[in-house]
Design a protein around this ligand. Structure first.
Ligand code: SF4
Length: 317
């Protein structure tokens, strides 16, 4: 029986920075996205519906300060000592002129007990001037970037209308890490039908980058997305050769996802922290897959899967 941890948890990574509990507070900074406004593309990524990003305590029209104060109230009393990270999660959190970014980030850091920023963005929205500014900021606050990798396979990125290649992701991660800014990579499993790489290939390619952590989740088909349109079309008319039918696409079953995730994690560099294993979108938005398993229960299932199959993070790295 393996006594060491099966995988490196994000709490372990954060413990290297903070001697107390820190909670990320999602905040809508009023950003848009270059894959929606026409700068890189229109219509967005095939799976994206940004409404799924909004926190339960959030409210349109609130300032950054008001959102963070509400967020703090929501989590108040859960731990004896707790600090916060402002999490710019919605759309592309570095997609604005530098003076606008500075004003938004500084507003967040001025809220008492907000000790840092986690900024979600695209790899093609990190020019050097923004990274140099974040490097300066990181001398007085925790700063972490969350970059949408999604896949390391260019065929998948094209199929999902990402409008960037993996080379841009590698470049952004390398430039940020070289300046001492830790990077989390956001990864979606369940896209292999659209490309040529399997989960272990994706883990191996990501492991070659100086990434600090990953957030992984299953491909979800959400209402109102391009993916939903294609999927529903293929379901309603199986005789019509839609893109999905031709590719033999199906949303992963729970057992298939456990296998893919085990394959990914066992090929992932051991020092990369894993922040998330699965996602759970609101029921009214989710078309498929509908497993009915909450994230905490999924974590137990995954740990059982690893143990029963003799797997652990980095076993095949
Ligand atoms: S997933 Fe991110 S990059 Fe893609 S359309 Fe949505 S906000 Fe833009």
């Amino acid at each position: 029986m393996r006594k060491a941890a099966l995988y490196r948890k994000y709490s372990d990574f954060l413990a290297g920075y903070f001697p107390y509990k820190v909670q990320k507070l999602p905040v809508d900074g009023g950003f848009t996205c270059p894959n929606r406004d026409g700068t890189r593309g229109r219509g967005g990524c095939a799976y994206c519906v940004n409404r799924s990003f909004h926190p339960s305590y959030g409210k349109a029209g609130l300032t950054i300060t008001e959102q963070l104060v509400r967020g703090k109230e929501f989590f108040a009393g859960q731990y004896k000592e707790m600090k916060y990270l402002a999490y710019f999660q919605s759309f592309t959190g570095t997609y604005a002129p530098l003076d606008v970014l500075r004003q938004k980030y500084e507003e967040a850091l001025a809220v008492p007990d907000v000790e840092g920023l986690v900024i979600s963005t695209r790899p093609d929205c990190l020019p050097d001037e923004v990274l140099y500014y974040l490097q300066q900021l990181s001398k007085r606050a925790f700063v972490m970037l969350e970059i949408g990798v999604e896949s390391t396979d260019d065929a998948v990125l094209r199929a999902m209308n990402r409008q960037h290649a993996f080379a841009e992701t590698e470049d952004a991660i390398s430039r940020a890490a070289a300046l001492g800014i830790p990077v989390c990579g956001h990864v979606i499993l369940g896209l292999a039908h659209f490309g040529t790489l399997l989960a272990h290939d994706e883990a191996a390619r990501l492991s070659k980058t100086p990434i600090s952590s990953v957030k992984i989740h299953q491909l979800q088909i959400l209402r109102g997305t391009k993916l939903a349109h294609l999927y529903e079309e293929s379901q309603q008319n199986v005789n019509k050769l839609s893109t999905f039918c031709q590719l033999g696409f199906h949303p992963l079953s729970l057992a298939e996802y456990l296998d893919e995730l085990g394959d990914f994690v066992s090929h992932l560099r051991p020092d990369i922290a894993i922040e998330r294993l699965v996602s759970q979108s609101p029921s009214d938005m989710l078309i498929a897959p509908r497993w009915g398993v909450k994230p905490d229960a999924f974590q137990l299932l995954f740990e059982k899967h690893l143990t029963e199959n003799g797997l652990f993070q980095g076993k095949f790295y």
